[in-house]
Design a protein around this ligand. Structure first.
Ligand code: SF4
Length: 288
């Protein structure tokens, strides 16, 4: 087993690219798009109700009111969802720790907000960062609720998924086959991650792409996932994995996308503790 699995202490060498700025969730943009999405749905609902009404009366006098009630129901549903998610954002927690509420965000509002963001020329990465932030808080709220009811995730049912680009570019060791092949030289964070995973008895995989990651989840059927990647991959991964709870961690990109990326090991460690519950977690992990 490797003796040195500490992080490479080379922060000063990371000059960073335009995409490697510190991760900061942009809640303002997210809230604005949430309102725009709700307005679009309600406006479209009104038009689709109003226009046919002229003809509906000729079919049956009550039909316009039935259709109106239907669209009103949809509008109330969207409003409650948008309001709930907005309050969750403002309060910094999930007011409805339910998988369905998270599903509303993942499957319904996110595509709508991406569409609205495209129309308003808002960079997609800002929407994705806010989505990741909110998803993580919703997942943590669900976990807390689960722990309060006496249930816990078993460590061996949790998987950590890392992108292959986190590996030191010149390392010849094949860690995608088995992360334990890593000798922990310290040139990239894989050594530290292997030590962390071993400490908690959690499965860690370094994967070559999103398709392999989906296949891995399909094969292993875990209870929860900690995923590290860029915003785009994390967003699509969280959507694809739903309803599986995924704590998503945005990677560091000192050399741009897909080359010698990195991750804050403390963030991964914290995600493990969140999934296991603070009280049952072992002592804090000390890199190196
Ligand atoms: S993956 Fe290679 S470069 Fe990275 S820590 Fe392990 S042995 Fe070192």
């Amino acid at each position: 087993m490797a003796k040195n699995r500490g992080l490479l202490n080379n922060e000063e060498e990371w000059k960073g690219s335009a995409e490697s700025v510190a991760y900061t969730p942009n809640r303002g943009v997210f809230l604005m798009l949430m309102a725009a999405s709700a307005a679009m749905v309600i406006g479209a609902g009104f038009i689709f109700w109003y226009v046919p009404t002229v003809g509906f009366k000729n079919i049956h006098p009550a039909l316009p009111y039935v259709i109106g009630a239907l669209f009103s129901g949809v509008a109330v549903f969207v409003l409650i969802g948008a309001l709930g998610i907005s309050i969750a954002l403002i309060r910094g927690s999930s007011i409805f720790p339910s998988p369905r509420f998270r599903g509303l965000l993942v499957k319904f509002f996110l595509p709508l907000m991406v569409f609205a963001g495209g129309l308003l020329k808002i960079p997609r990465i800002k929407i994705e960062r806010a989505f990741i932030d909110l998803n993580n808080r919703m997942v943590k709220a669900l976990i807390n609720k689960m722990i309060k009811s006496g249930k816990r995730f078993s460590p061996d049912r949790i998987v950590i998924l890392m992108p292959h680009c986190i590996q030191y570019d010149n390392c010849k060791i094949k860690v995608t086959r088995d992360v334990k092949n890593c000798v922990g030289c310290g040139r990239c964070e894989i050594g530290g991650l292997v030590a962390l995973a071993e400490r908690y008895n959690i499965n860690l995989f370094v994967l070559t792409g999103g398709t392999v990651a989906r296949r891995k989840l399909y094969d292993l059927r875990p209870s929860a996932v900690i995923a590290v990647a860029c915003e785009r991959d994390l967003t699509s991964g969280v959507q694809d994995a739903y309803p599986l709870p995924v704590i998503a961690i945005v990677n560091k990109r000192p050399r741009g996308y897909c080359l010698e990326t990195g991750v804050e090991i403390d963030d991964v460690s914290q995600a493990i503790k969140d999934l296991l519950g603070e009280s049952m977690a072992p002592a804090a992990y000390n890199p190196g």
